[in-house]
Design a protein around this ligand. Structure first.
Ligand code: ADP
Length: 492
């Protein structure tokens, strides 16, 4: 008889729940959109109550759709949008302010103040992070400053803070468990990456009272139980979404890495039990912790990836569907020296140029829209190449393969071109839902559904592998052109 896992994937635009069986097969999925609000330019907020209501709905709906006996569900694993900050009242369990979403920039000034005060180095050394509104600490500060008596109430122990994982566990356990896991804590800018504990010096910098913080736990252990789905269920995993995908892609060994091709790209690189300091502007983070095993990762992101394909569709209106780009790219013999640098919101790692704007290079009389389409698609692969090159420089590790997921990894032309650029194998799994899968696997490990990681590896099904077709001379030429395009973009 199968044992089932309920995986919750709470994201910025939607909440999802899945029932996954002990062979890692997805039995049912339920999804509900959640609203983002933009009260002022650059601010992004969500209702924490709506997050909770939508999670309850998708869980119940996924259970119903699966048509299984609820008693056969053995555990819950949670993965979530990271950094998003919620503060709630301990007595009522109600949020005191909207959730401040990771993208939200309302704490720009607070962060600039921290930079001026000279905290950049100590924060980087202790947390692996650059001072930026992205992370939770300045968001907590902002909420406490913007509600009545915020600081006093927090110091009196009346308020609690949590990232989305904490909030969901708190609600699922009816307010009896206030925890987070190391991966989520590593994005708050308050946890010391070496001790894996809240760090008083960091708390002092942001003036955040210790008593409002959740207890930091492993990514895979039983934190508590929920009774709201008609059976007693252990909640046995919390893990940030990108780390969950790294785990779900079975990148268990040092040097293994995954890339998610979504609106942006998120590349995570397992650096083993040692944290690696990046010289190329990558972020050092925790991959996961299971008992004594701690895995660190380097993380790099591309701001505009699938979003560049959306621009072809909605901005330039030269395609109707994202998937058309595959056929168009295959129909051309080459991109004819055309490069698109989609720096619509500046350039991220390893270039870090906030002011860069997008550009197209190499146009001739022979250039057609299709060349521009193909070059735009290729820009996803070039940007990923840049991140991997940076990671290899930081670590001296060479990658043996890149595991891929996310909507745009369906594009065979893109995957082949990525393999060529990296001169490395690309591995695309049958199941793209690696984010939910990671949380399910971690919950299953904590509750004995899976014996160990080997048990999991056996269940990983590869859908397709892509091997390099171009030789390294041909690739060097292409990359030379890309680097010239980047340089010119930054000089413009
Ligand atoms: P997110 O989770 O960030 O919303 P998804 O993983 O659902 O993103 O991926 C959607 C993105 O992938 C969109 O930006 C879309 O333009 C792009 N995309 C989807 N399918 C393809 C395809 N076949 N070829 C190229 N890009 C695609």
């Amino acid at each position: 008889m199968s044992k089932y896992i309920l995986a919750i994937d709470q994201g910025t635009t939607s909440s999802r729940a899945m029932i996954i069986d002990d062979n890692l097969k997805i039995i049912s999925i339920s999804q509900q959109e959640v609203a983002n609000t933009f009260p002022k330019p650059g601010w992004v907020q969500m209702s924490a109550s709506e997050i909770w209501t939508s999670v309850q709905y998708v869980c119940l709906n996924a259970i119903e759709k699966a048509k299984i006996d609820v008693k056969d569900i053995k555990t819950i694993g949670i993965t979530n949008q990271r950094e998003t900050t919620i503060v709630w009242d301990k007595k009522t369990g109600l949020p005191v302010y909207d959730a401040l979403v990771w993208q939200s920039r309302q704490t720009n000034e607070l962060c600039e103040k921290a930079v001026r005060a000279g905290y950049t180095d100590v924060i980087k050394r202790k947390t692996g992070l650059p001072i930026d509104p992205y992370f939770s600490s300045s968001k907590i500060r902002w909420i406490l400053d913007n509600i009545e008596n915020g600081q006093k109430r927090a110091e009196n122990g009346e308020l609690l803070f949590g990232t989305v994982d904490s909030w969901l566990v708190y609600k699922l356990t009816n307010g009896s468990v206030h925890i987070t896991d190391v991966t989520n804590a590593s994005r708050t800018m308050l946890m010391n990456l070496d001790t894996l504990k809240w760090d008083q010096e960091l708390l002092d910098i942001w003036n955040v009272p210790n008593c409002m913080l959740p207890e930091i736990k492993d990514s895979s252990e039983i934190y508590g139980y929920t009774h709201i789905f008609g059976t007693k269920l252990p909640i046995a995993a919390c893990v940030g979404d990108q780390q969950s995908a790294l785990f779900g892609q079975m990148c268990f060994e040092k040097g293994q890495c995954k890339n998610t091709y979504g609106t942006g790209c998120f590349l995570l690189f397992n650096t083993g039990n040692k944290r690696v300091e990046s010289k190329n502007g990558l972020v050092t983070t925790v991959g996961w912790k299971i008992k004594d095993e701690i895995v660190y990762a380097l993380e790099g992101s591309v701001f505009v990836a699938g979003a560049a394909i959306q621009w072809l569709r909605d901005g330039l209106k030269v395609i109707e569907k994202a998937s058309e780009t595959e056929r168009i790219a295959y129909e051309l013999e080459s991109s004819d020296g055309v490069y698109v640098v989609p720096a619509f919101t500046g350039l991220g790692a390893p270039y870090w140029d906030q002011n860069a704007k997008g550009a197209i290079f190499g146009l001739t009389r022979g250039t057609t829209t299709n060349h521009i389409i193909r070059a735009t698609l290729e820009s996803l692969a070039y940007q990923t190449y840049d991140l991997i090159e940076a990671m290899q420089q930081d670590t001296d590790l060479t990658i043996a393969a890149l595991q891929v997921d996310g909507g745009a990894c369906r594009n065979n032309y893109l995957m082949q071109f990525q393999s060529d650029l990296l001169q490395t194998k690309i591995v695309r799994p049958e199941n793209f839902e690696t984010t939910a899968l990671g949380a399910a696997m971690l919950a299953g490990l904590a509750t004995g559904i899976f014996v160990d990681k080997n048990d999991l590896i056996d269940k990983y099904k590869v859908e397709q592998k892509f091997e390099p077709y171009l030789n390294s001379m041909q690739v060097q030429k292409l990359i030379y052109g890309w680097k010239k395009a980047i340089k010119a973009t930054m000089e413009f």
